[in-house]
Write a protein that binds this ligand. Structure first.
Ligand SMILES: Cc1cc2nc3c(=O)[nH]c(=O)nc-3n(C[C@H](O)[C@H](O)[C@H](O)COP(=O)(O)OP(=O)(O)OC[C@H]3O[C@@H](n4cnc5c(N)ncnc54)[C@H](O)[C@@H]3O)c2cc1C
Length: 397
């Protein structure tokens, strides 16, 4: 069994799970879990879902404060690591004491992309990434009626469904020609487009935003589109994707390219430093990728915890899994549709319950399901397994 002090930078899903699994696996050395935020470590998915509907704050936290004491996990809050001193094997905050490590886990997550939009900093323009963002949005939503969402990705669409459900006039502005284009098949994009439109939202595709327009007191009043037209807004949510937080790793001289580069066992170019979760770029199906989802963060955390506890390197092999809740639609995805050469629809989109199976060279590489949990459960077992391409096998019902 490996020993020594483990320091984990970042206490999102990846960092929290790494600390908890190390203890569950019987790791006997010291563990320090560091977060730049001052609140208890919490989960992000509810921020664009149940938390907006009033989910209590304590239900957002992974665990209450006494959990960390009981498990012997030193939780350092409001502690922003500025540098990694690889020679001294220590993390260095802006002020205060450095912390020595024997094994370092970078779980620094991601940050919303700054859409370089003039007017980004107007009052009434929000991101939705941290608890503080959701708190501010919850409060502001009470007083507004015209909501514009810049970016038709998962988070923007989840927020759109919520705002629409609360009777707001909602416009979704997307620069690409379809919704959620990076993550789902065109069939799925089309389905969600129809759903959002029939719920009463206006959806503008192929529509880049030129700038956000302010009025008196620097409060946002509208969104100017590339053709010069104006969409009225008293609240704007910008959700145009995230970028990996790699600054620390870069300054420490670790290999970085759209994520901290790790091998199959999630080690960076320094064997004493691992990277997991949204910030890590790892080998997946002969290419490098980052999967920005909870299951990836949790699975990678488990793999590193096993490696450190057993002393034997554990490769990470899990297929990515994602979900999104938009009004009464539950979208669940196994695998990654990109690179597929054939798709097949099972079930009935008009009945709002169907799956899209995605194949490459005859092998099933991804399954997207809407309100069809049994397909999703079956797909988790089948995707990536060779010889599993029969649609009947995926149809779980
Ligand atoms: C609103 C929202 C909804 C989502 N919904 C879903 C969903 O439905 N399904 C799904 O699978 N995924 C969803 N996701 C994505 C999922 O939450 C992320 O993939 C997951 O949180 C990644 O976990 P992580 O630990 O890698 O990073 P993060 O959760 O981003 O945590 C990283 C932490 O590291 C801290 N940190 C960074 N740098 C430093 C530093 N230098 N010093 C100290 N601390 C630092 C940050 O403050 C942050 O707290 C959603 C994300 C958001 C924002």
């Amino acid at each position: 069994m490996t020993q020594g002090q483990v320091v984990i930078v970042g206490a999102g899903h990846a960092g929290f799970t790494a600390a908890a699994s190390l203890r569950r696996n019987g790791y006997a050395g010291a563990i320090a879990l560091i977060t730049a935020e001052s609140c208890l470590p919490y989960q992000r998915p509810p921020l664009s879902k149940g938390y907006l509907d009033g989910l209590r704050e304590d239900r957002l936290s992974f665990r209450p404060e006494h959990f960390y004491e009981r498990k012997g996990i030193e939780l350092l809050r409001a502690y922003r690591v500025e540098e990694i001193d690889r020679t001294a094997k220590a993390v260095v905050p802006a002020s205060g004491e450095s912390l020595r490590y024997d094994h370092l886990i970078l779980a620094t997550g991601s940050t919303p992309q700054a859409a370089r939009l003039p007017g980004n900093d107007l009052d009434g323009v929000f991101r939705l990434h941290r608890r503080a963002d959701a708190d501010a949005l919850r409060e502001r939503l009470v007083t507004v009626s015209e909501v514009v969402i810049v970016g038709g990705g998962f988070i923007g669409l989840e927020f759109a469904a919520h705002a629409r459900g609360r009777g707001k006039n909602v416009t979704i502005v997307e620069a690409a020609d379809r919704l959620m284009a990076r993550a789902v098949t065109p069939v799925m994009s089309e389905f969600f487009l129809r759903e959002h439109v029939s719920a009463g939202s206006q959806v503008l595709l192929d529509t880049p935003v030129a700038r956000l327009v302010g009025g008196d007191g620097s409060r946002v009043q509208g969104v100017e589109l590339h053709d010069g037209s104006l969409v009225k807004a008293d609240l704007v949510v910008v959700g145009v994707g995230v970028r990996a937080n790699t600054g620390l790793a870069e300054r420490a001289g670790l290999a970085v390219n759209d994520g901290v580069l790790v091998d199959r066992c999630l080690r960076t170019s320094d064997p004493d430093i691992f990277a997991i979760g949204d910030c890590a770029s790892y080998p997946y199906r002969n290419r490098r990728t980052r999967h920005e989802c909870v299951e990836n963060a949790v699975g990678q955390a488990h793999a590193v915890a096993s490696t450190l506890t057993s002393g034997e390197s554990q490769p990470y092999r899990r297929t990515p899994v994602f979900w999104s809740d938009q009004a009464d639609l539950k979208l669940q995805i196994v695998g990654d549709f990109s690179g597929s050469d054939r798709t097949e629809v099972i079930g009935d989109p008009a009945g709002r319950s169907f799956s899209v199976n995605c194949y490459r060279d005859g092998a099933l590489i991804a399954v997207e399901s809407v309100n069809r949990p049994s397909d999703h459960v079956a797909a988790r077992k089948l995707v990536d397994r060779s010889g599993c391409s029969s649609p009947a096998q995926v149809e779980g019902s």
